[in-house]
Design a protein. Structure first.
Length: 101
């Protein structure tokens, strides 16, 4: 292999590592949000987010034996919280869409 070939090879490998790291971080964030959802459903917290999560769980997940969905259930509730959170959720959805491509 020439030096250019080696340089290209290692650049491709670094790009692959970066992409996989992004996937792992987003997967970890998704898992954390789902665990938070389930904790809020199971506890007696009185805040608005917990109440919304409990309503969603009772109406859509528990009765219909459906799994909690990140975009449909969790992010929707967080997005309605305030303007800054809405912007952050939009960024997170953008990262999710980028990785799905």
């Amino acid at each position: 292999m020439s030096l250019d070939d080696l340089d290209e090879f290692f650049n491709n490998e670094l790009n692959e590592i970066d992409h996989r790291t992004c996937i792992f971080l987003i997967d970890a964030a998704e898992a954390s949000l789902i665990v938070d959802f389930l904790n809020r459903v199971g506890r007696r917290k009185k805040d608005m987010i917990s109440k919304n999560f409990k309503d969603i769980f009772k109406k859509e997940c528990e009765k219909n034996e459906k799994k909690v969905r990140l975009d449909k259930h969790i992010l929707k509730v967080w997005q309605e919280r305030d303007g800054k959170t809405k912007s952050l959720i939009g960024d997170f959805r953008g990262a999710l869409n980028f990785l799905r491509k």
